[in-house]
Design a binder for this molecule. Structure first.
Ligand code: CO
Length: 177
């Protein structure tokens, strides 16, 4: 097991669409284990492969944190391969949404309230489920990553431009010091 480096905006590969996983082999299983460990370490509730520099359609999430009945103290890391949203309905304001790849920034994002997700599990078995509320937000946020979309792409152009300006300034200052 190994901790992976999380890449952050404005790294270009975060905006590239990821490729479908054709063969689920030991390398994919190792990547999933490392992604789970990295997500735990960073106290994230979800992590997509492009965030660790691998443009493949894989995500991990903490199913317990997504469950309103659960106190979230114990993790249940679940992986989805080639996930896709096949139905979406309703509207839901995701308050203060954040992302491990978008440092020092949170914003409200308009999301669907309910989504139906189809994916494969780590053994390649097909599965489908419905998610609502926070779990639905996690699915939309992580699957967006697989399409090269960050949550800041779903806020106003003005807010996004302000964030971009701030982050570029920070990078410039870090280089100068
Ligand atoms: Co994210």
């Amino acid at each position: 097991m190994a901790l992976l480096k999380i890449i952050t905006y404005p790294e270009k590969s975060l905006s590239h669409p990821s490729a479908k996983v054709e063969t689920i082999d030991e390398k994919i299983h190792e990547l999933i284990r490392d992604m789970g460990e990295t997500m735990s370490q960073e106290s994230g509730v979800g992590l997509a492969a492009p965030q660790v520099g691998v443009n493949k359609r894989i995500l991990v999430y903490n199913a317990r944190a997504a469950d309103p009945e659960d106190d979230g103290s114990e993790e249940k890391i679940t992986a989805l391969i080639n996930p896709e949203i096949i139905e979406a309905s309703g509207s839901y304001l995701s308050e203060n949404e954040g992302c491990l790849s978008v440092v020092d920034f949170r914003a409200d994002v308009k999301r669907y309230e309910t989504v139906r997700v189809r994916a494969q599990d780590i053994n390649g078995r097909e599965l489908a489920f419905e998610a609502r509320g926070l779990p639905a937000v996690i699915m939309q946020h992580e699957i967006d990553h697989l399409d090269g979309i960050l949550f800041i792409d779903r806020i106003s152009a003005l807010k996004r431009a302000m964030y971009k300006k701030r982050i570029l300034k920070q990078i410039k200052e870090a280089r100068a010091s």
